[in-house]
Design a protein. Structure first.
Length: 110
C-alpha cells in the first residue's frame, strides 16, 4: 500500500504532498517534521485517528485533544476514555480496535 501525505507547516496555506511506500517511512517523516511545525492535513490510503485518555473523570482531556488536533487529527476522529489505564478494557479503546481501525490506518496517541 502507498500512502499519500498532505501537510502544511505552521499556519501557512501552502500545502505539500508526498507519497511513501510504507507507513513506517511516512510516520518517520511526520515525526522529523514536528520541529518545523508540520501539521498533517490528510493521509490517503489510510484514516487518521487520535486517542486520548485520563485516569479519572475529574481530570481534563482538553490539552491532549488540542495536541491531537494540532497534529492533524479531525476532532470527530478523536476517541477518548476517562478511566484507569491498568488494562485495555476501556470502551473508547475497544471501539477503536474492534470497529474503527483498519489495516493501514494511523493512530496518534497523546
Amino acid at each position: 500500500m502507498r500512502y499519500k501525505l498532505t501537510y502544511v507547516y505552521g499556519d501557512s496555506d501552502q500545502k505539500f504532498t508526498q507519497t511513501f511506500s510504507s507507513k513506517v517511512l511516512m510516520e518517520s517523516y511526520i515525526e522529523t517534521g514536528k520541529d518545523k511545525d508540520l501539521r498533517v492535513i490528510n493521509i490517503e490510503g489510510s484514516k487518521l485517528y487520535g486517542y486520548a485518555r485520563v485516569s479519572s473523570k475529574e481530570q481534563n482531556l482538553d490539552r491532549q485533544i488540542e495536541a491531537l488536533k494540532e497534529y492533524g487529527v479531525n476532532e470527530r476522529d478523536i476517541i477518548t476514555d476517562k478511566q484507569s489505564g491498568k488494562d485495555f478494557n476501556r470502551e473508547g479503546y475497544k471501539t477503536l480496535k474492534e470497529q474503527l481501525l483498519r489495516s493501514g490506518d494511523v493512530l496518534v496517541i497523546k
